[in-house]
Unconditional design. Structure first.
Length: 272
């Protein structure tokens, strides 16, 4: 494959940053951009990174745009500090010829997510736009996640190798419920939905949580994971209800106060 830069944007992830860096050692360049860690993350990352930078948080899209601009190579691969590039993904990328990569602007990467140390079957494949040519893709501004778009759908290729998310996280129950960490994002998402012309009706509040539960417990086969799969499906239902409740508050002018609840984007399968 052509030369590629891997960038890890992170903050306070000392328990997972070493695995992330080790999984990226095959790249032509490894850059770690820290947004203000105070837990030892920086000291660990500096042992592995070709370049280590401290940059104040610019938001999800702003931070990644900055990161792409400082790379030495046009092909960029984003990792988070709690993610790893699997050996299968590294091997698949290495096997791609220059001709194959020249036909692409964007490589969609599936991700295996872990919660409380367990693989979440119903969140697979969770495709992300993490590997891309920085001069041939355009960016969309999302509140919670950065995402990119190829110049044409024909220039997108899905990969079979995967990212690993939070496999080594020690957060435990905080992996499942982290409302205090993400509370301010809920209304941001709702306001963005409102700006895009979306509105919340009684049917949304009544049916969407139910559909989310059915999707993740039945259609996405969470039921095969027993009580753990049930917990994940319930999380999706609650997250969906909270998201549309926030949208209802925004459209009725009742969204002046931030509440301590979580919006989990897995309540609707995403491609980021």
């Amino acid at each position: 494959m052509t030369e590629i830069s891997i960038v890890i944007c992170c903050v306070n992830c000392h328990g997972t940053i070493e695995q992330a860096c080790r999984s990226a050692q095959w790249a032509d360049e490894l850059i770690v951009i820290d947004s203000g860690s105070d837990d030892g993350t920086a000291q660990i990352a500096q042992k592995y990174a070709d370049r280590f930078m401290v940059e104040p948080w610019r938001g999800h899209t702003g931070q990644k745009r900055f990161a792409a601009d400082v790379c030495s190579h046009d092909w960029v691969f984003f990792l988070d500090g709690d993610e790893e590039c699997s050996a299968q993904l590294a091997s698949e990328l290495a096997s791609m010829s220059d001709e194959q990569i020249a036909d692409c602007d964007l490589l969609l990467v599936p991700r295996r997510n872990y919660v409380m140390g367990r693989y979440v079957r119903s969140w697979w494949p969770d495709y992300l736009t993490r590997i891309f040519h920085r001069r041939r893709c355009t960016w969309t501004d999302q509140v919670l996640h950065d995402t990119r778009t190829a110049s044409h759908p024909s220039r997108v290729r899905k990969l079979r190798g995967w990212l690993i998310h939070k496999k080594h996280s020690e957060a435990g129950f905080a992996d499942y419920f982290s409302g205090s960490r993400l509370d301010e994002r809920l209304l941001d998402v709702a306001r963005q939905m409102h700006r895009q012309g979306r509105r919340c009706s009684m049917l949304d509040l009544l049916l969407r949580p139910m559909f989310a539960f059915i999707k993740f417990f039945v259609l996405k086969r969470g039921l095969l994971d027993g009580s753990f799969g049930l917990l994940i499906a319930q999380k999706a239902a609650v997250s969906t209800q909270l998201k549309y409740a926030a949208l209802w508050a925004v459209q009725h002018g009742k969204a002046n106060t931030v509440v301590s609840v979580e919006y989990d984007d897995h309540s609707s399968q995403r491609s980021v």
